[in-house]
Ligand binder design. Sequence first.
Ligand SMILES: *[C@@H]1O[C@H](CO)[C@@H](O)[C@H](O)[C@H]1NC(C)=O
Ligand SMILES: *[C@@H]1O[C@H](CO)[C@@H](O)[C@H](O)[C@H]1NC(C)=O
Ligand SMILES: *[C@@H]1O[C@H](CO)[C@@H](O)[C@H](O)[C@H]1NC(C)=O
Ligand SMILES: *[C@@H]1O[C@H](CO)[C@@H](O)[C@H](O)[C@H]1NC(C)=O
Ligand SMILES: *[C@@H]1O[C@H](CO)[C@@H](O)[C@H](O)[C@H]1NC(C)=O
Ligand SMILES: *[C@@H]1O[C@H](CO)[C@@H](O)[C@H](O)[C@H]1NC(C)=O
Ligand SMILES: *[C@@H]1O[C@H](CO)[C@@H](O)[C@H](O)[C@H]1NC(C)=O
Ligand SMILES: *[C@@H]1O[C@H](CO)[C@@H](O)[C@H](O)[C@H]1NC(C)=O
Ligand SMILES: *[C@@H]1O[C@H](CO)[C@@H](O)[C@H](O)[C@H]1NC(C)=O
Ligand SMILES: *[C@@H]1O[C@H](CO)[C@@H](O)[C@H](O)[C@H]1NC(C)=O
Length: 729
Amino acid sequence: MAKLTASSFLLVLFLSSVSAVTDEDKKEYIVYMGSLSSREDYTPMSHHMSILQEVTGESSIEGRLVRSYKKSFNGFAARLTESEREKVAKMEGVVSVFPNKMLQLQTTSSWDFMGLKEGTKTKRNPTTESDTIIGVIDTGITPESESFSDKGFGHPPKKWKGVCSGSENFTCNNKLIGARDYTSEGTRDTEGHGTHTASTAAGNAVADTSFFGIGNGTVRGGVPAARIAAYKVCTVTGCTSDAILSGFDDAIADGVDLITISIGGKAAANFETDPIAIGAFHAMVKGILTVNAAGNSGPSAETVTGVAPWLLTVAASTTNRGFVTKVVLGNGTALVGKSVNSFDLRGKNYPLVYGKSAASSSCDAEMAGHCSLSCLEKSHVEGKILVCSDPDGLKIAESVGAIAVIYKSLKPDVAFIHHLPASSLQAKDFESLVSYIESTDSPQASVLKTETIFNRTSPVIASFSSRGPNTIAIDILKPDITAPGVEILAAFSPNAEPSEHDTRKVKYSVLSGTSMACPHIAGVAAYIKTFYPKWSPSMIQSAIMTTAWPVNATGTGIASTEFAYGAGHVNPIAALNPGLVYESDKADHVAFLCGMNYTSDILKVITGENITCSEKNDTLPRNLNYPSMSAKLLVSDSNFTVAFNRTLTNVGTPSSTYKSTVVAGHGSKLGVEVTPSVLSFKTVNERQSFRVTVTGSDLDSELPSSANLIWSDGTHTVRSPIVIYADSH
Ligand SMILES: *[C@@H]1O[C@H](CO)[C@@H](O)[C@H](O)[C@H]1NC(C)=O
Ligand SMILES: *[C@@H]1O[C@H](CO)[C@@H](O)[C@H](O)[C@H]1NC(C)=O
Ligand SMILES: *[C@@H]1O[C@H](CO)[C@@H](O)[C@H](O)[C@H]1NC(C)=O
Ligand SMILES: *[C@@H]1O[C@H](CO)[C@@H](O)[C@H](O)[C@H]1NC(C)=O
Ligand SMILES: *[C@@H]1O[C@H](CO)[C@@H](O)[C@H](O)[C@H]1NC(C)=O
Ligand SMILES: *[C@@H]1O[C@H](CO)[C@@H](O)[C@H](O)[C@H]1NC(C)=O
Ligand SMILES: *[C@@H]1O[C@H](CO)[C@@H](O)[C@H](O)[C@H]1NC(C)=O
Ligand SMILES: *[C@@H]1O[C@H](CO)[C@@H](O)[C@H](O)[C@H]1NC(C)=O
Ligand SMILES: *[C@@H]1O[C@H](CO)[C@@H](O)[C@H](O)[C@H]1NC(C)=O
Ligand SMILES: *[C@@H]1O[C@H](CO)[C@@H](O)[C@H](O)[C@H]1NC(C)=O
């Protein structure tokens, strides 16, 4: 086959999606035509129209041409019948036709995805919202960001007792009402992380934001009218325990209503050595809920951090908006990769070179295939697209003069920003790229600009999101909930790098992680608090957990169970009206700690008080009045019975009757008995207790067994996961 250059062929991408089918026999296709011709007299639109006229045989192509692309590449979208599609495919220069099933251009913000719509579509309580203060313990903040402008804000609420001590060049306002620094760098954010999380929780709605056009739309926080106080406890080297404890200490005293902290260790720590568990315990005692990120060490088991029951622990999942970056090979095949690529090669093809074929004498082929440091010969790479079996190639790309990088992805469900044109491919696509390179005389390709796609397969828990089981409090299910944490656009610091070695300065950027999911839940918690200012942390936590959507997770074994997502995906609107809540106060948490057999010395470290556990107090940790129920058993318990005591508080209708039902979940079947199985409430705030007895046999040591307990009065659905698992050791 004669070789084709990008400008001499047409590519046809086949797009079938819900909205694309306009009538029975026509479907929407994207006709991709490589790079733009540099000829002055070339007008893409008229070329597209003449192709359409030729293919359809109609002089009027009204309703056929959907869109002409003429910015980053040449092509168009059109509605064609099957026979017309075949005709286009046979037209001179057309090499191939691709099905591209899941793709549809659509921009959805994470808050829209969660159901908290912009403007009047969402019920708001503006007065209380502007009296709500969110404490953000993080890397500081960017006070000049439009996300924190105080246009339209009145004075801080009276209860505010904090200060603005961000250093010399740092000014607070009526939106960003407080700043403290524990790093001696000043509260200004030089990482971007703290600015991003703060704007997701409570940033203003800012229209027309994007990362160089990618993900364009309105960026906003969950409670845009709320106030923010920033506590800087982290620098580029990390966050010290001492700074974190001081941050909690001040935030509690300053009068914040809620704390969001997207920080954690590599593994869960004992409560008495975990500054977040200790700080959050004190916050809980003062009626302040702490929302914490679950960690980014998934999908392996036992990686979740933030495991104390007085924390609301958040996993990360996808939304229906995804970013993809296509790699178009010289033979016309398009591979759909992932990255956030704003660089525009204008569809131009460049020679491809696999690291293996550019090895310097000091490296073996495998290391060179990874594009490891000092492994490649510059003369082989210069001016070409470097292909690497490892993201390491990004680090050396510039030093060897690569135009772009295509690498094999380690995290195929996440798009990252890079400092040069780049895309990451899944293993299968990477193999076909390599086979194309190896079977072609002068292999070439182009890396396109990132496209926004509509991903119907959502939400799905991200592979990186840390998984349970909880290694410290083994009978407390963690994480608790999931929220959007993949490819989130939010405010950023112009003093930070959008990616490693990236010299661009941006005010908005795309980040992924449980760090991004955490402030979404903080925003929801604040939203609930604007309607129920007196609700305790446990009531808000319960409302969020028992109203969550069921969700799926990537991975196999426990990685795809409740150990990935806890109660499920947050539903902010339903969380406003939970009907019943599971409450727990300081005394309940102390009883829980006594049940964990902690000594008085340890209890003092966690609670700051002299506590002697009563000998007779036989409260088992799993009887803490938690919104989920979990127990770890020995594998040798081939037949088992385990019970949970719970109490529900009516926060819905005064006179209501709830019936229990049990729905099966993962693993071997559980027998679940609920006594009583019907609860009748006469008044609001009335409490009713019940007992759940779970029986089963032969637990799988690799997969937990689960079920869902659902209390319903016909209006409210109060769902709790029940998870029984075995000691796999
Ligand atoms: C203060 O910060 C702003 C924003 O980063 C910067 O433009 C300005 O140069 C700084 N001024 C001083 C005196 O550091
Ligand atoms: C994003 O930009 C594209 C292209 O300019 C435009 O068609 C689209 O409407 C924009 N989306 C939003 C949400 O502003
Ligand atoms: C291009 O090359 C790849 C890898 O060798 C192959 O899978 C694909 O079918 C080729 N496409 C065309 C249109 O020949
Ligand atoms: C859509 O989301 C699913 C689940 O995260 C993921 O596996 C898939 O790759 C995504 N599709 C695209 C085109 O990004
Ligand atoms: C989870 O995945 C299964 C299998 O793909 C699907 O049938 C089910 O609808 C999904 N559930 C949710 C809640 O997305
Ligand atoms: C606490 O100690 C009691 C008595 O020794 C024991 O039965 C129980 O399993 C212990 N609980 C935990 C959580 O270690
Ligand atoms: C705890 O007990 C010690 C001595 O037993 C006492 O000195 C201390 O003040 C007590 N602390 C609190 C917070 O009650
Ligand atoms: C057990 O501890 C709880 C919480 O501190 C307390 O309310 C209860 O009275 C205790 N029970 C016994 C028997 O000591
Ligand atoms: C477990 O229970 C089943 C039926 O519930 C019974 O047939 C079996 O004998 C029991 N096994 C043990 C070891 O008790
Ligand atoms: C749990 O509930 C049962 C039945 O209501 C009751 O007998 C038992 O004392 C309770 N256990 C605890 C630890 O509260």
